[in-house]
Write a protein that binds this ligand. Structure first.
Ligand SMILES: [Zn+2]
Length: 151
């Protein structure tokens, strides 16, 4: 869809992350969100355009499950996250395309940004946003981990 920002990012016409795709599965892509003040906030984006979870095929759910498994482990290992959030709303204008957010609750968290208030980390002033280099470096690490053989 031409007005879908996720499709534009998926097909490379207007990428959201400054880094390369972290992982490409058969049905999903893993990307780092941008801009954000929180390192490790990743998104699992459906490769095809769909706006409704009830339209997902069983095979798409299966791959999504494996990606959540790998990502939450990898984020914990790299960032020592206390726990991880995983959610899907897909309601914002331009972002109705199905995407799951995987958010590491790291030592950087404060009470004001816990739970559903975590979205504050997407509304940070430019001075508090991660630099492109920080995102690119972290994505390289995570990509290597995601593409290794998992048992
Ligand atoms: Zn789309």
């Amino acid at each position: 869809m031409s007005d879908c920002l996720s499709c534009l990012s998926n097909n490379g016409k207007k990428r959201i992350s400054p880094a390369a795709t972290i992982y490409e599965g058969k049905y999903w892509l893993v990307e780092h969100v941008n801009p954000t003040g929180l390192l490790g906030w990743v998104v699992i984006v459906l490769k095809r355009h769909s706006e409704k979870l009830h339209e997902l095929a069983r095979d798409e759910w299966h791959e999504l499950s494996e990606l959540n498994f790998r990502l939450t482990r990898a984020l914990h290992n790299f960032l020592q996250s206390e726990k991880e959030y995983s959610c899907c709303f897909a309601e914002m204008e331009g972002f109705r395309h199905i995407h799951f957010l995987v958010i590491p609750k790291t030592g950087k968290f404060n009470k004001e940004n816990t739970g559903s208030k975590v979205f504050n980390y997407l509304r940070v002033p430019e001075s508090e946003a991660l630099s492109k280099e920080e995102i690119i470096d972290f994505c390289k690490l995570l990509s290597k981990e995601m593409n290794t053989k998992w048992e």
